[in-house]
Write a protein that binds this ligand. Sequence first.
Ligand code: C5P
Length: 227
Amino acid sequence: PRVAVIVVAAGSGTRLGQDAPKAFVGLGAHTILRHSLRAVFAAPEAQVVVVAPAGREGEALTDAREAAGSRVDLVSVVTGGETRQASVAAGLARLWPSVEVVLVHDAARALTPAVVFERVIEAVDRTGWGVIPGLPVIDTIKRVDGQEIVEAVDRSQLAAAQTPQGFRRDVLETSYAVAREEFTDDAALVAAAGHRVALVEGDALSFKITTPADLDRARSLAAPVAP
Ligand code: C5P
């Protein structure tokens, strides 16, 4: 395939307050990882690299094979790193030669619709830029210094960044090669390397499961959906 999706699932998920690493917490009948892979395999055909926590590679492979159906040959599992950035780098090292466009997706955004993957791939192909899905910021945002409000930030100039974030493979690889600090997402890393990044419309269902309240919400949204 000419597209690859790296699904990063190697985080510990300490803020979630569950025993298992976040990607292996249950959401209805399936794990968070398995839910996130549903859209990955509903989107156009792609190599799928799942980045799993050390010791959980077998479970990740089982989830990925179940989600893949007839696309099982496109799946591989790799062990993640200490940081999200190290986990993405581990996934990048496993790309096949045919891959020209790479999407990086948080397994924790388990309910992301497949149409968002299509939108990101289309925009990368059309622009050659990095592309991230995002949504307008709803809350009024303040810049603070300790307890003191310094200023209100004009939210019309802000977007909340989601995943999957898509890039030309050469752009993502060279950006990772020159990164000398930790960035909070791939778009920031790629922008720091001097590349342009565009915004496309995200989706409310792409929220990242981080807190116990997020998990409750995801469980209620996931419940009615068939396997
Ligand atoms: O911690 P946070 O929710 O921001 O993580 C976002 C995504 O990155 C999650 O899907 C998590 O599994 C992944 N991650 C990773 N390796 C790490 C840290 C986070 O794959 N070391």
